[in-house]
Design a binder for this molecule. Structure first.
Ligand SMILES: [Ca+2]
Length: 393
């Protein structure tokens, strides 16, 4: 027994050493140091501390009225929301927390974090990695639990950057202000464009960090810059967010990730794909149900070039999705494809969490050359090969 204990000690020491090296060398994909605010300050968590000392949060630099809140803590008769674990941080008027991190200059990163609003006011949160900065609107409640994970992307302009969360609000009640938790970072890469598909990241497999134990997906707010997007290649060109979902908690048509259009006509996802003018193309995609008790009917408005079409999701007992297509003739070197949900759907179990149709496996291909012809040719080769095999053996 003693032997095992001493070995465990060495293992923990090594784990600690490597964790330390990892954080000082380069930000790794995953939670940032004390990104869940569960590391106790030297004088203990405020809820357990006897004296009211100045607040300190390990790994973070604070400015203004920053509080560590504990789950179960009440304020004005309302229980404060702590997204995960026992602790989270709340930012008062104009308050901020920040952390320095080492990244790779020129690379694009996505920051995932959970946020909740505390008062029913116009709350927002500013997330920045100077000079990149984005205001995240927390006004819309996307789900009944009162908090949601969000993601924003930035391009590192230096090897050393500062990640800042600031409450830009100036509320009458200084104790109002967003609660933040579960902060993680992920270096993004842009997948190669497949030969027969003009859509980049059309299967949505590359995207922001997702916590395995978080069941709410990740909201992708407005992002008009296709160069720095949490889902490379795509833009969210609307006021409201779309939800990035994973196959651990949702029905996903293809692979492990997809997008659920949760904001009706106000949640638009788009991409400008490379085309050749005056050539015929076909847009195909999977349209599905996320398996999240979303009330049907579900339908998307699909755009491709100058074409637009409503596609209804047809429930089928064998599958959670089906494919759809839309033909168009390109008018230029770039053609816009876009999707939004035709309806404003909510879940049947709580009647208020937002949900909607799922899209995945988006392809745009040149339909002038007979694709089916190639398919038949391939099939012919296949049959020929097996005939040879049969004859030989
Ligand atoms: Ca996928």
């Amino acid at each position: 027994m003693a032997h095992t204990t001493s070995r465990n000690k060495w293992v923990s020491l090594f784990v600690l050493l490597f964790a330390h090296l990892a954080t000082t060398i380069l930000a790794e994909d995953g939670p940032v140091p004390n990104g869940n605010f569960e590391t106790a300050p030297s004088n203990g968590f405020p809820s357990e501390a006897i004296t009211d000392g100045p607040i300190e949060i390990p790994s973070w630099k604070l400015n203004g009225t920053v509080e560590l809140v504990s789950s179960g803590e009440k304020q004005g008769g309302m229980i404060l929301i702590v997204p995960q674990g026992s602790h989270a941080v709340r930012l008062g008027n104009d308050a901020e927390i920040s952390q320095e991190m080492k990244v790779e200059k020129g690379s694009t990163y996505s920051v995932t974090f959970s946020a909740a609003r505390t008062c029913a006011q116009l709350e927002s949160l500013n997330v920045s990695v100077p000079p990149a900065s984005q205001n995240i609107d927390l006004q819309t409640l996307y789900n009944v639990q009162g908090w949601d994970p969000y993601a924003m992307a930035f391009e590192a302009e230096d090897d050393n950057v500062r990640l800042v969360f600031r409450n830009p609000g100036m509320e009458d009640d200084p104790t109002c202000g967003p609660i933040i938790d579960d902060i993680a970072i992920k270096k993004l890469f842009t997948p190669d464009k497949p030969k027969d598909n003009a859509v980049v990241n059309g299967d949505f497999e590359e995207g922001p960090w997702m916590f395995k134990n978080v069941t709410l997906g990740v909201l992708l707010p407005t992002n008009l810059d296709e160069e720095t997007s949490s889902i490379p290649g795509w833009m969210v060109e609307s006021n409201r967010a779309v939800r990035y979902i994973d196959s651990f908690h949702y029905a996903v048509p293809q692979g492990k990730r997809a997008v659920e259009l949760v904001s009706g006509k106000e949640g638009i996802i788009s991409q400008n794909v490379e085309t050749t003018a005056n050539k015929p193309y076909s847009l195909t995609f999977s349209l599905g149900h996320a398996g999240d008790q979303c009330k049907q009917p579900l339908a998307v408005m699909a755009f491709a070039g100058d074409q637009a079409q409503v596609v209804h999701y047809t429930p089928n007992s064998n599958s959670t999705f089906h494919s759809a297509n839309l033909n168009f003739t390109a008018k230029a070197e770039r053609s816009r494809i876009a999707f939004y949900s035709v309806y404003y759907n909510t879940r049947t179990d709580d009647m208020s969490s937002l949900c909607g149709p799922v899209i995945d496996d988006v392809r745009v291909w040149f339909s002038g050359c007979k694709r089916t012809g190639f398919g038949a040719l391939g099939l012919g080769f296949g049959i020929g090969f097996w005939l040879v095999v049969l004859v030989l053996f």
